[in-house]
Design a protein around this ligand. Structure first.
Ligand code: PLP
Length: 475
């Protein structure tokens, strides 16, 4: 009889198994323990402590290369931007450049990482729905390749900064196309109720204004229709809508490019089955060709901005289990397994109800599968890392627990909730492990609290005489 609390698609057959496509390619068990990128997670934990995020460099770089080659094969001309919001460290930026990708940033902080990592400014695209004037000026002065404008006022702000810097700034315009997609479904409307971009019917007027500004050069339209998308249908619908507008706007002045954004989905659990990226690229190219033929223009230069697809499956977070608690719920038992991290290093389950896969990492086990929920150590009942997973029933305090596909939007969304220091980001390649971002110390976390500085005035806790005077009503 199925377990009453287990999701139907969760496979109970082998709680040691490493589902293909979920774990970094090449991950294996040696003597029962996980080996990722040629390194034994027990040794990494002994040397670096837990929790840690381990990124398999070869997997991340291989996927960057693969998606670039898939789109280069499908389109006559294409630029691939790595969406740094997924995971940006100096070395990750350098890997992406080495694999022929450009870098998309969406804040002054991400811009600084890319520039200080040595990324050529012209290879950087700059996004964001509310870039401050100082951040715009920093980008323009650094020589950022393109800005993606998100609102009419941004055209004026970027133009003014470019004029001051004596440059002509290349810009794209983010269009809210009325297509929103996630996983297998997409929703098409005439208008979208969201903060990003300019509604499609307001674009011609804004484009006319941008073209009047001599310090701006409009290179194309941009759209991003959502995240964790498993097939090409939503992208194709968005491309059809954009190409009609592209043809109209390109009839009066050059408009060489079209940016279709990111959002390509990955497998977080064995139940997820995204289409191979080559198939998505081909189907999207066919849709773009048809739409371009329909409006009588050549296929423009295409840009895409994947983040999750590249780094998500390259990352694994490893925790130490602290407590194991079977909890009886109506007709079943769920085993709560609590780890030494949680929503501060992986906010996605709490933010989006995201699903993940977990395995005991330091050993395999012949024990029967038990339905487990992996919880963090934070003071929130919603602090769940993995909502449902079959783990061996002998899972115990002290075991290492690995959570797969945490390369994207975990480090970048991490917080110091409950004054928790953030874990390090480690890279592994050919069995060698090195630190990309060191572990945060408690001193790092406390350093901004001015009252905790050594030179700070001691706290004026009420002394007995104060208390007495308060009691007497003369405070
Ligand atoms: C404008 C834009 N481009 C690209 C991305 C990257 O999306 P993903 O990591 O799902 O590929 C995002 C994600 O939010 C985005 O907002």
């Amino acid at each position: 009889m199925p377990h009453p609390l287990a999701p139907l698609l969760l496979d109970a057959s082998d709680p040691n198994a490493l589902a293909e496509g979920v774990w970094p390619a090449g991950t294996e068990r040696v003597d029962g323990a996980l080996r990722i990128g040629g390194a034994d997670v027990r040794e990494i934990a002994a040397q670096h402590g837990t929790p840690f995020l381990l990124v398999d460099e070869m997997v991340a770089r291989g996927r960057a290369r693969r998606i670039r080659e898939a789109f280069e094969a499908a389109f006559p001309a294409v630029d691939v931007y790595y969406a740094g919001k997924a995971l940006l460290t100096a070395d990750v930026a350098r890997w992406m450049r080495a694999e022929g990708l450009r870098i998309d940033v969406c804040s002054g902080g991400e811009l600084a990482i890319a520039l200080r990592a040595g990324v050529e400014p012209e290879a950087i695209g700059f996004h964001g729905n509310n870039k401050s004037e100082s951040v715009i000026a920093a980008g323009v002065e650094a020589g950022v390749g393109t800005f993606v404008l998100d609102a009419p006022i941004e055209a004026e702000r970027v133009a003014a900064a470019a004029e001051r810097a004596g440059r002509v700034q290349r810009v794209r315009l983010r269009v809210s196309v009325g297509v929103h997609a996630s996983t297998h479904e997409f929703l098409a409307t005439s208008h979208e109720d969201q903060k990003f971009g300019v509604p499609i019917d307001e674009v011609p007027e804004l484009v006319a204004r941008i073209r009047e500004l001599p310090s701006l050069e409009l290179v194309g339209l941009h759209s991003h229709i959502g995240s964790q998308i498993f097939d090409a249908d939503g992208f194709a619908e968005s491309a059809r809508r954009l190409l009609a507008l592209h043809a109209e706007l390109g009839a009066t002045a050059p408009l060489p490019e079209l940016n279709l954004g990111g959002g390509f989905g990955i497998a977080y659990t064995a139940a997820d089955s995204p289409e191979p990226i080559e198939a998505i690229a081909e189907r999207l190219a066919a849709a773009v060709r048809d739409a371009a033929d329909h409006v009588g223009i050549p296929v423009p230069r295409i840009a895409i901005e994947p983040g999750r697809w590249i780094v998500g499956p390259a990352g694994v977070t490893v925790y130490t289990i602290g407590t194991v608690k079977p909890v009886r719920v109506d007709d079943g038992t769920r085993t709560y397994v609590s780890v030494d991290g949680g929503m501060s290093d992986n906010a996605r389950p709490a933010l989006y109800g995201a699903q993940y896969s977990a395995r005991i990492a330091n050993r395999s086990s012949d024990a029967e599968p038990a339905l487990a929920r992996v919880a963090g150590h934070h003071c929130e009942s919603g602090d769940i890392v993995v909502d449902a997973e079959w783990l061996p029933a002998d899972v115990a305090p002290g075991d290492l627990l690995a959570v797969a596909a945490t390369g994207a939007y975990c480090h970048s969304l991490a917080s110091n909730y409950n004054a928790t220091p953030r874990p390090p980001v480690l890279a592994v390649a050919n069995g060698e492990v090195r630190t990309l971002v060191r572990r945060e110390s408690l001193d790092d976390v406390l350093s901004r609290d001015v009252g905790l500085r050594p030179e700070a005035e001691p706290a004026t806790a009420p002394t007995p005489s104060h208390v007495a005077s308060i009691d007497q009503g003369d405070a």
